[in-house]
Design a protein around this ligand. Structure first.
Ligand code: C2E
Ligand code: MG
Ligand code: MG
Length: 269
């Protein structure tokens, strides 16, 4: 028996521990931000809501990508407290929207597996809604297929309860994860999100099959479908041809801080 020692492994662990320590400090110093990316309905041309996305600004002012720090927050368990903060922040933003006569907008929040595992996710969300006095159907939770991987029943039970209270549920990054289609029938869904990977080449010949199929599934299951990652007018045109109405992407707007989102709404109404 023998094993290798690779110094890179130790560097990697050290890097990870440092990042987690920094994230924990910055979160407790209230340095994380929640930004909002508008979602539009093309038939009305109006903003219908926004996806809330975490932003972490490092000491030198540059942003650390959520693709890097969310997995660390999940690994360390920090995502439970951060996720709680995100839900509360989103609810407080919903209240601000309401006070500015944008009461019909929805805010979608991304949710990770450890938040379900910790056992009090349902009460955390309900408490946030009550604290901020917002309508439950204005809050949408985005889950990914991967969330069902280790304990699907726990997640399904929690989502069913939340749905009973009026909260909306969306399936994010649909078609990119590891799940079985049978869950589609078990989850109390309201909306499917077509992932950017299926949008990128959609305007090219023969490249729209998956998006088209997701739209068909949505229609047959009576779910709304939103496409994400629209960057060009050609992608928008193709999606319209396929019957997609709801869009989110850099073509319309990038994620922005809450006050800029409010200004965006005022400029576009
Ligand atoms: P996601 O939920 O699929 O979010 C969409 C991502 O696509 C966002 O990246 C958004 O900025 C980006 N995006 C939107 N439109 C376009 C476009 O037209 N072109 C391109 N190239 N990108 C576009 P972001 O903000 O970097 O977030 C990455 C992922 O991190 C999210 O993917 C989500 O899984 C996770 N995340 C972000 N915030 C949270 C959070 O509060 N909680 C949890 N659990 N995860 C989060
Ligand atoms: Mg999302
Ligand atoms: Mg997504």
């Amino acid at each position: 028996h023998y094993s290798y020692y690779n110094p890179e492994m130790e560097d990697e662990t050290q890097w990870r521990l440092n990042m987690i320590r920094q994230l924990r400090n910055d979160f407790s110093d209230n340095r994380l931000e929640l930004w909002y990316q508008p979602q539009l309905s093309l038939s009305t041309g109006k903003v219908i809501g926004a996806e809330a996305l975490l932003r972490w600004r490092s000491a030198d002012g540059s942003f650390i990508s959520p693709a890097i720090f969310i997995p660390l927050a999940e690994y360390s368990g920090l995502i439970v407290d951060i996720g709680d903060w995100v839900v509360n922040q989103a609810c407080s933003q919903l209240k601000i929207l309401e006070e500015n006569s944008f009461e019909n907008l929805t805010i979608s929040v991304n949710v990770s597996i450890p938040q379900f595992r910790c056992g009090n996710f349902v009460s955390t969300v309900l408490k946030a809604i009550q604290t901020h006095q917002v309508h439950p159907n204005k809050l949408e939770l985005e889950i990914t297929e991967n969330i069902l991987m280790d304990d699907p029943q726990v997640v399904i039970d929690a989502l069913v309860k939340l749905k009973e209270h009026g909260i909306s549920i969306a399936l994010d990054d649909f078609g990119t994860g590891f799940s079985s289609l049978s869950y589609l029938q078990k989850l109390p869904l309201d909306r499917l999100k077509v992932d950017r990977t299926f949008i990128t080449d959609i305007a090219e010949e023969g490249q729209s099959v998956i998006a088209e199929t997701i739209l068909d599934i949505g229609e047959k299951m009576n779910l709304k479908v939103i496409a994400e990652g629209i960057e060009t007018i050609e992608q928008q045109e193709r999606l319209l041809e396929l019957g997609c109405d709801e869009m989110q992407g850099f073509y319309y707007a990038k994620p922005m801080p809450g006050n800029e989102f409010m200004q965006f709404l005022k400029d576009n109404s």
